[in-house]
Write a protein that binds this ligand. Structure first.
Ligand SMILES: [Zn+2]
Length: 138
């Protein structure tokens, strides 16, 4: 856990990039608080998650866009150089071969998706679907 010295909010990752103003309450507010040139890419990831997670509620949890259905299923966040996708360590382990094939960096519970015009949306949707099928908790 890391607490931002400016706004006092707590985050899972040290030096998590975030908006220090009023707490963001919705994913729309979250996306609007990011740089303009990455908003459409964040929207694409958001849409891929929404369409693969029917029945899940969208909210902000741990200061990140989060999909929830009784528990947190998956989060994403705008980082400086990439979009962080947080499906939990089991999902990352299960998908490691596919992530390697796609050339994506990952570590325990976290996948780094570079900002690009060709986001791996099918893979993101596949991971989200796996999380629902297995009752995975992020
Ligand atoms: Zn802050």
């Amino acid at each position: 856990m890391w607490k931002c010295p400016k706004c006092g909010r707590s985050f899972r990752n040290e030096n998590q990039s975030h908006y220090c103003g009023k707490a963001l309450e919705t994913v729309d507010e979250y996306i609007m608080a990011q740089d303009e040139d990455i908003r459409s890419q964040l929207q694409s990831v958001r849409q891929a998650l929404i369409s693969s997670l029917p029945g899940a509620a969208e909210k902000i949890s741990w200061s990140m866009p989060t999909y929830w259905n009784g528990h947190n299923i998956i989060h994403f966040a705008a980082q400086k150089k990439h979009i962080g996708l947080y499906p939990g360590p089991e999902a990352v382990g299960f998908f490691s071969d596919k992530l390697d094939q796609a050339g994506l960096k990952y570590s325990k519970g976290t996948i780094q998706i570079p900002y690009s015009d060709e986001l791996p949306l099918e893979l993101i949707a596949g991971i989200a679907e796996w999380c629902v099928k297995t009752g995975n908790h992020a």
